[in-house]
Design a protein around this ligand. Sequence first.
Ligand code: UD1
Length: 423
Amino acid sequence: MGSIVVSKSVLSGEVEVSGAKNSALPLLAATILTDEEVILNKVPHLADVETMFDILRTLGKKVQYDRDSGVARVSGAVDKAHVPYDLVRKMRASFNVMGPLTVMLGEASTPLPGGCAIGVRPVDYHIEGLKKLGFEIFFEHGEIRARVGKKDEFVVVHLPFPSVGATEHIMSVATLLPGTTVIENAAMEPEIVDLQDLLNKMGARVRGAGTSKIIVEGVEKLHGCEHTIIPDRIEAGTYAIAILSTGGEGQVKNVVPEHLDALWSVLERSGAYVKRGTNYVYVKSPGKWHACDVNVLPYPGFPTDLQPQIVVYLSTAQGTSTVTENVFKTRFAHVAELVRMGANMKLKDNTLIIEGVEKLQGATVMGTDLRATAALVIAGFVAEGSTEVTQVEHIFRGYERVIEKFRGLGGVLEYRPGGVPEI
Ligand code: UD1
């Protein structure tokens, strides 16, 4: 794997956010539910999106993608009932094709999913939900095989935790099953609203996304449509935090500001200036900022996908901060690397206690997962001297043209490929 070498920089200026990875993936999976053409605009060019294209093509769909315009056209019927291991192991979101594939073909199988190494990430809520929808599920040799069975007219799926993937999976599958499906304790993320919008444009009858109760009335058939993917709130948050961590000021464009209220409130409490525009956010560093307590929760709480980045910001705040991770309780692989860069932080259960330090020092550190790697690159801009972030390809799974965008903000960084090409 390659590395990114980062030098101390003050990030300022403008940066434009791409379409949301975490919308693009479930929306692409939902295209399985129709043979007609679905046109998706603002599909970001990312390694994870390419993996999803490969999965769809393997299953028999036609995918045309123009990376410059971000337009993806997906059409045709699925005709293969098995997702190969090589594709599934790369990305956990690949599991979300299993339900739609099963609905279309009557039976399908997939290996258990891979994805970011951020602790044990089971799929039991998906399985229990699909069973409630009448699916018969079998486990054989590391694979899951599912068969469509008989669904009751009225089904309530109560999720033990508001899982984003399970909410999306059950909601998509239920669109083509008879009767009513109610998802209780559903995840409320904006990406779920985006999926509801796409499904309804395809002829589905889904309501309630964005609240904890989603109601799906099954229909016979879905059809083609055109849809534009929402802006990537995690990418937006990452650049806003990066600018402020380096003491800069700048405008993050193509943002829905209210999707990130939990972040803006933390940044404002720290003393930063945040101006929410109609489709942009302008942030300005106060020079020195205060410590804060951050509680990571499902939406509308502070997003777990910005936890590593906010930890970097708070590492040089004045005073003692705490960051409590309630979504992926062991998601702290970046902490050991930040300590090597001079941060003063220690973990107590799922709470990180951060004593702000004056400065970080450049070091060689290792990227362990997508967001941790982004956080280490930000730490590289903050630190004195030069920082080499190894195993850096994780970052290309979720950040479109990331080197170019950081350079546009005045960041000094260089990608040194190590076998896997930058996309
Ligand atoms: C999605 C996002 C990911 C984000 C996460 C939480 C995509 C493609 N990925 O991941 O970037 O970090 O939401 O906002 O949208 N869980 C179970 N059993 C299950 C499902 C989940 O125990 O069957 C647990 C997980 O281990 C975790 C929590 O529920 O502790 C939340 O996971 P979930 O919301 O499902 O995350 P993903 O959908 O995988």
